[in-house]
Design a protein around this ligand. Structure first.
Ligand SMILES: Cc1cc2nc3c(=O)[nH]c(=O)nc-3n(C[C@H](O)[C@H](O)[C@H](O)COP(=O)(O)O)c2cc1C
Length: 210
């Protein structure tokens, strides 16, 4: 495509649901306040995650709800990682407090089946990414903000072991709640950058004759 179609908010093509999708954005945990999504709404968002394309329905992902009572324990894991990484005391405190941010916190875990006869690892990762995106979009559509966070600590064996079984990868955490401020306007959505008509490389013998 050479010119961008009038895709944004043009009725009747653009349903209310699509408008919601086109305005999804992340909200950092510092800007997330109560109320959190209810448990029922979390189940709905998980249902949306299950609608992501998933070759052979391998379900290579899962969500782990972190109960509030477990947050201090997570905070100690974060603090311990910061200490082992040689962080000064004040940063250890900041890391510990990260576990308390956001009214709702979940972990996102992926399990890739290596050597699957029909579904290579990259397809399984894409299925997991699609599920994560659907989950975030569903929360946005229910009026909540959320953000995925990882960092080096997500790869720390002690932290991974707290969430993962053998062969699983801890992708990171999803903080969710109600956005305390309006999002920054975004100007960088540019479909032109990612949509082109297919053309064979110049000089290709297979190019259609005109
Ligand atoms: C798996 C994953 C891990 C991420 N980890 C972090 C992180 O640790 N810190 C961060 O600031 N953003 C992280 N991000 C990016 C944010 O979640 C967010 O997508 C990004 O800030 C862009 O904002 P937007 O979703 O509004 O486009 C991560 C995203 C993904 C998908």
């Amino acid at each position: 495509m050479n010119e961008r179609a009038e895709w944004k908010f043009s009725e009747p093509v653009c349903s209310d649901a699509l408008k919601q999708l086109l305005t999804r954005h992340s909200v950092g945990p510092k800007h997330l306040v109560p109320p959190a999504p209810t448990e029922e709404q979390v189940w709905l968002a998980v249902g949306a995650a299950l609608r992501a394309p998933d070759h052979q329905k391998l379900l290579p992902f899962r969500f782990v709800l972190i109960p509030d009572a477990m947050r201090p324990l997570l905070g100690e894991l974060f603090a311990d990682f910061a200490r082992r990484s040689g962080k000064p005391d004040e940063e250890v405190v900041i890391e510990r407090n990260r576990a308390m941010l956001g009214p709702l916190l979940l972990a996102f875990v992926v399990r890739i089946e290596r050597g699957h006869p029909r579904v290579p690892p990259h397809e399984q990762w894409l299925a997991a990414g699609g599920a994560l995106a659907n989950f975030l979009t569903a929360l946005h559509m229910m009026g909540y903000g959320a953000k995925v966070l990882s960092g080096r600590k997500a790869a720390d064996p002690a932290i991974c072991n707290a969430f993962c079984g053998p062969g699983e990868t801890l992708v990171g955490w999803i903080a969710a709640g109600t956005a305390s401020k309006a999002p920054h306007p975004r100007h960088n959505d540019n479909p032109d950058a990612i949509l082109r008509r297919w053309q064979l490389p110049q000089g290709s013998q297979n190019a259609p004759q005109s």
